[in-house]
Design a protein around this ligand. Structure first.
Ligand SMILES: [Zn+2]
Length: 338
C-alpha cells in the first residue's frame, strides 16, 4: 500500500510501505476513513527536529476496524472507531488519574497517513461509535483524535469555567479548537489572538467574542485593556515558542491558569519570574482518551462542528502539496482522503 514517508526536511513522499498487521494480541488494524496533517508534523518537515531515518508520518486517525488481536475485548471488526494520538492501556495509575498521555505503556501513534494502520493497545486507545456515522461527520470525528482533543485539553488545563474570560494564543488549528472548547465550557469572553483574516473569521465562528491582532508586548497591553487591567483567568498557549509562551504568561492574571499545548521549541522560563507571577501551568501532550467519549458524542449529536478546521482536502498521493500548503500557511489544516 501507499503511505507517507518523510525522508528529510521538505522531502515528503507518498510511497510503497509495508501493510500493517497484528503484531501483539492487544493490537487492532483499522482501515482509515480519513487522515490528516498535524501542525507538529511541520517541525521535522521544516528541519526543526532532526530526521535521522525515514519517518512514517501520521498520528490522527479514525476508521473501521478490520482485524483485532486475540486479547482485544472492547472493539471488533466492522466497528467505526476513533483513537487518541497517544497509545494508552487506560488501566495504569496515570490513565486512571486521567493522564493517558503519561500512560506507563505510552507510545505515540505513527504511520496513520496511509489507508490502513496498526493501533497498539486497542482496548485502551480506541473508542467505538454506536453505529456507522454519516460520511459528513468523518472530518469532525477525525478532529477528535488530536487537534480537537488537544484544544480541549488546553482549555481544561487552563481551568476554563462558565462565565470566565479566556485568551487563546495561537490561531493554528489547535488554537481554533481551543476557542471551540472554551465556548463549550461556557466561557463568557473568548479573546482570540490572530493576525490572519481567514483564521479570525473561523475563530469568530467557533465562538470567539474578541479578536486581538497585536502580538508580543503590544498584544499583552491590549489584553490588559480588555480585562480592566488584570488579565484573563485562563490562557491557552497553542504555539510553543518563547514569544508565545511569554505572551500567554503575561496575559494571565495572578492566580490564573495557563494550559500550554504547543510543543515547546527553545522555550526557557525563569524560576524567580515564575515564583512571583503566581500563575498555574499545566500542559504537555493531551490525554485525548479522557475526553474522547464526550467529544465524539458532541460530534454525533451535531452540537459541534470541529471538522470546519480542515480548509483543504487532498487525496493521499497529493500529500506533498498538503504539507506545502500548511507550511506556507495557505491552509490551516489538510485532510487526506485515503
Ligand atoms: Zn496507562
Amino acid at each position: 500500500m501507499l503511505g507517507t514517508v518523510l525522508r528529510g526536511p521538505g522531502d515528503i513522499r507518498c510511497e510503497e510501505v509495508e501493510e500493517p498487521e497484528i503484531l501483539l494480541p492487544t493490537d487492532a488494524v483499522i482501515k482509515l476513513s480519513a487522515t490528516c496533517i498535524c501542525g507538529s508534523d511541520l517541525w521535522p518537515y521544516r528541519g526543526l527536529q532532526p530526521v535521522t531515518e525515514p519517518m512514517h508520518m501520521g498520528h490522527e486517525y479514525c476508521g473501521v476496524v478490520v482485524e483485532v488481536g486475540s486479547a482485544v475485548r472492547t472493539v471488533k471488526p466492522g466497528q467505526f472507531v476513533v483513537g487518541s494520538f497517544c497509545i494508552s492501556d487506560n488501566t495504569c495509575p496515570h490513565c486512571r488519574f486521567g493522564f493517558q498521555s503519561s500512560c506507563e505503556q505510552r507510545e505515540f501513534m505513527s504511520r496513520a497517513q496511509a489507508p490502513y494502520a496498526r493501533v497498539p493497545l486497542a482496548d485502551g486507545t480506541l473508542v467505538a461509535t454506536p453505529d456507522m456515522p454519516a460520511d459528513d461527520l468523518v472530518p469532525s470525528l477525525l478532529a477528535a483524535s488530536d487537534v480537537l482533543g488537544t484544544g480541549w485539553y488546553a482549555a481544561d488545563a487552563a481551568r476554563v469555567q462558565p462565565g470566565s474570560t479566556v485568551v487563546i494564543v495561537g490561531d493554528g488549528a489547535v488554537g481554533l479548537m481551543g476557542v471551540l472548547a472554551a465556548r463549550q465550557m461556557g466561557a463568557e469572553r473568548i479573546i482570540a489572538m490572530s493576525r490572519h483574516r481567514t483564521r479570525q473569521d473561523l475563530a469568530l465562528e467557533f465562538g470567539a467574542t474578541d479578536i486581538v491582532s497585536e502580538r508580543g508586548d503590544e498584544g499583552v497591553a491590549r489584553i490588559r485593556r480588555l480585562t480592566d487591567g488584570v488579565g484573563a483567568e485562563s490562557v491557552l498557549e497553542c504555539v510553543g515558542t518563547q514569544e508565545s509562551m511569554m505572551q500567554a504568561m503575561n496575559c494571565a492574571r495572578s492566580g490564573g491558569s495557563i494550559g500550554f499545548v504547543g510543543v515547546p521549541h527553545g522555550v526557557q522560563l525563569d524560576g524567580q519570574g515564575l515564583f512571583f507571577a503566581q500563575k498555574s501551568l499545566l500542559g504537555g501532550p493531551a490525554p485525548v482518551r479522557r475526553f474522547l467519549p464526550h467529544l465524539m458524542d458532541l460530534v454525533l449529536e451535531r452540537k459541534i462542528d470541529p471538522g470546519k478546521v480542515f480548509d483543504l482536502a487532498l487525496p493521499l498521493d497529493d500529500v506533498a502539496e498538503g504539507y506545502r500548503a500548511m507550511d506556507e500557511r495557505r491552509a490551516i489544516k489538510t485532510l487526506l482522503r485515503v
